[in-house]
Write a protein that binds this ligand. Structure first.
Ligand code: PLP
Length: 367
């Protein structure tokens, strides 16, 4: 008798659960009969995409019968100039998520180890698990990466280290000098994957010199994305900056047209739209302060965040609270999958969305 497809699948997939994203707005509106749901579950930009990026996609839409530039030449040239690196040091991805997974597939074989924080972006662990590699998780201290603990966890089997800075879901960053000391003390072999999805939200004085480490030839792969501050999550485009040898390996494994044509032109335009970025950062800082103040007034203590989201312990079943919020048209992320069953992660929305979220939470707690 034929085995089931599941039995035929890679044994490493047997224990893997699907990633659970924030519920789509339309689904919540339909399911719970609410109008204008507020999606504060995926750390998207609530202010919308850059108008320049929108215009670029509209113009490029007429030529979508052609394949995109598989090498992403124009976008890489823009990024190289902006970042002060060579195009040969840049990889483009279908979101930086794709680059995380490709890096894992390049390096990890069954039994290899990857060091990461707990809690950290769950994709790091899932990418390892899917390959039969061991995710060595080092608990955060007060929701901040324990870099000394992570350095101590590196063994001869460690191929990758994942550091999200700022970290998701905690919203915290390590001081630049601490990260720099960690990077300089790492053993020569493992590759550091420095996930900077929220880098743009860091105040200028608090940004680590991560690209310098790549320029110096260190084994460091710096990942950034157009999904967060640039507001292009739906187009799926991110990039990584690392050693040309690594970029070459990624080119072997990636799909030939992994970043679509609209995403490429939108990203290049968004990069030039400094006004949109400035507005987003200012609006986020304002909204984050309002949301934090509201949560504090409700008796909670959100983890101090440098990002566009807040992690908060609501001291009761987070999944139940999130479900009750859904009924009121507010979509947040319960943190059970991250080992934090009483926490919620709430994305900073527009002023109206933040007020609505706080009002809904107040009502849910009173019920
Ligand atoms: C959002 C996010 C990403 C990647 O997003 P993409 O949309 O795939 O570019 C990567 N890392 C972290 C920590 C994130 O929060």
């Amino acid at each position: 008798m034929a085995r089931s497809l599941s039995a035929m699948a890679s044994p490493h997939l047997q224990t893997l659960l699907p990633y659970s994203p924030g519920k789509p707005i339309e689904e919540v509106e339909r399911e719970f009969g609410v109008a204008g749901a507020a999606k504060l579950a995926s750390n998207e930009n609530p202010f919308g995409p850059s108008p320049l990026a929108l215009k670029a996609t509209q113009e490029a839409a007429a030529t979508v019968h052609r394949y995109p530039d598989g090498a992403g030449t124009a976008l890489k040239a823009c990024l190289a100039e902006r970042l002060g690196v060579e195009p040969a040091q840049i990889a483009l991805g279908n979101g930086s998520n794709e680059l995380l997974e490709l890096a894992a597939r390049i390096f990890l074989q069954p039994g290899d180890e990857a060091v990461m924080a707990r809690p950290a972006f769950i994709i790091y662990r899932m990418a390892c698990q899917a390959l039969g590699a061991v995710a060595v998780e080092v608990p955060c201290r007060d929701f901040v990466h324990d870099l000394a603990g992570m350095a101590a966890a590196v063994s001869s089997r460690t191929k990758l280290l994942f550091v999200g800075n700022p970290n998701n879901p905690t919203g915290t960053a390590v001081p630049p000098a601490t990260l720099e000391a960690f990077v300089r003390r790492l053993p020569p072999e493992p590759l550091l994957i420095l996930d900077e999805a929220y880098w743009e939200f860091l105040p200028e004085g608090e940004r680590p010199r991560s690209l310098d480490w790549v320029r110096e030839g260190r084994r460091c792969f710096v990942l950034r994305t157009f999904s967060k501050v640039y507001g292009l999550a739906g187009l799926r485009v991110g990039y990584g900056v690392g050693p040309p040898e690594l970029i070459g390996l990624l080119d072997r494994l990636r799909a030939p047209f992994n970043v679509n044509a609209l995403a490429q032109v939108a990203a290049a335009a968004a990069l030039e739209d400094r006004a949109h970025v400035t507005r987003t950062i200012a609006g986020t800082a304002e909204g984050r302060a309002a949301l934090a103040a509201g949560l504090t007034a409700l008796g909670f203590r959100p983890v101090p965040s440098v990002t566009n989201f807040l992690l908060v312990d609501v001291r009761r079943d987070g999944a139940a609270v999130a479900e009750a919020l859904l009924r009121r048209g507010v979509i947040v992320r319960p943190m059970g999958a991250y080992g934090l069953p009483t926490h919620l992660r709430i994305t900073v929305g527009t002023a109206a969305e933040n007020a609505r979220a706080l009002e809904a939470l107040r009502a849910v707690l009173a019920a």
